[in-house]
Design a protein around this ligand. Structure first.
Ligand code: NAP
Length: 319
């Protein structure tokens, strides 16, 4: 963890062109594009550590041009790029964003900042199942993203937990490269799409365990096995696996903006590719906005698009 970054008096008093809330790939990409557009750019990050969700990803193997890069390393590269272009970073958890004069007032635990525009890039968090071993073995066999980490389990036995579209898609995706996939669901029927259920049922190397909950994820330095329990039969079992993919839903980090912009039923900020939200001057980028594919590459693209919208907004040409 780096040292906490604070604003100096001059930085506290200025009116920024854009304040970016969050320093994952979307926020950092927005910072890079904003500085290249010569905008006065402030990035607010909750912890003094940039990178967002990829900090918890051992290896990122699907960001074009940088194969086999560590998640932490990629996050640092994005951050160094934004630093080099002169984005200002400040450590602070945003508690409120309020309309103020022509722009917005962004309140953190330490500061009250004024800006013409805001890019929301607080991301989303994977929902946990909250069992022993889950936190300790995160990135060491416990994963929340099959498309990010699946390739590292080629030829191995893995488990997927969940019964929604993502769990079914993850099981199908992993079954293409893994020796065997246990699909573990807490009820006796899936909520995911029927077409996916049919495909899962027809896939020879997927074994479905209904009515089953994971109680513990075990292993010294890597996942070695899970303890699961079939609730209907009250039968406990040990399953040897090298990876556990938890696909029990996501939670967008949007609780502070519920009064500011329109959210969908799941709490995502309603915004298209241009990042425009229901509030003028507020834009959304990355995993917290409504979209289909949430990946580093799509988050980075969102950051660029949001800045293009910020520029048009500031020039008065946003249509
Ligand atoms: P989801 O639909 O909310 O499903 C989450 C699954 O996890 C449910 O089966 C739930 O069980 C289970 N679960 C929740 N908490 C759990 C816990 N603590 N322990 C064990 N299991 C738990 O989430 P999702 O699959 O991530 O999908 C999110 C949204 O994206 C959905 O609206 C989905 O339709 C959409 N999506 C669409 C597509 C597509 O159209 N191709 C692809 C991906 C995602 P219960 O069923 O018992 O509640």
């Amino acid at each position: 963890m780096k040292e906490t970054m604070r604003l100096n008096t001059q930085q506290k008093e200025k009116i920024w062109d854009v304040v970016i809330v969050g320093s994952g790939p979307a926020g950092l990409s927005a910072a890079i594009y904003a500085r290249r557009a010569r905008l006065e750019t402030l990035v607010l990050e909750k912890q003094p550590m940039s990178g967002g969700q990829i900090l918890n990803t051992t290896d990122v193997d699907n960001y074009p041009g940088i194969p086999d890069v560590g998640g932490f390393e990629l996050g640092q590269k994005f951050r160094q790029h934004a630093d080099k272009l002169g984005a200002v970073f400040c450590t602070g958890e945003v508690s409120e964003i309020l309309p103020y004069k022509e722009g917005y007032q962004v309140k953190t635990d330490a500061d009250s900042i004024h800006t013409k525009t805001v890019i929301l890039a607080m991301g989303a968090s994977y929902r946990n199942i909250g069992v022993p071993g889950e936190d300790r073995l995160r990135g060491m066999g416990v994963s929340y993203c099959a498309t990010c980490d699946g390739a590292f389990f080629r030829g191995r036995e893995v488990a997927v937990v969940g019964g929604g579209d993502v769990a079914l898609e993850d099981a199908l995706f992993l079954a293409r490269g893994c020796k065997k996939v246990y699909l573990i669901h807490r009820r006796d029927s899936f909520r995911g799409a029927k077409v996916l259920q049919e495909r899962v049922q027809k896939t020879a190397n997927i074994e479905i365990l209904y009515d089953t909950v994971v109680e513990e994820i075990c292993g010294e330095m890597q996942v070695e096995e899970i303890t699961a329990c079939n609730k209907k039969m009250d039968k406990r079992m040990q399953i040897a696996v090298s990876g556990v993919f938890l696909a029990v839903g996501m939670q967008p980090n949007t609780s502070i903006v519920g009064q500011l912009v329109d959210l969908d039923d799941s709490g995502y900020v309603i915004a298209g590719e241009d990042g425009r939200t229901s509030a003028a001057g507020i834009f959304a980028a990355g995993d917290l906005r409504t979209k289909k594919l949430r990946q580093v590459v799509t988050a980075a693209a969102d950051g660029a698009n949001a800045v293009a919208s910020v520029e048009a907004y500031l020039n008065g040409t946003l249509r």
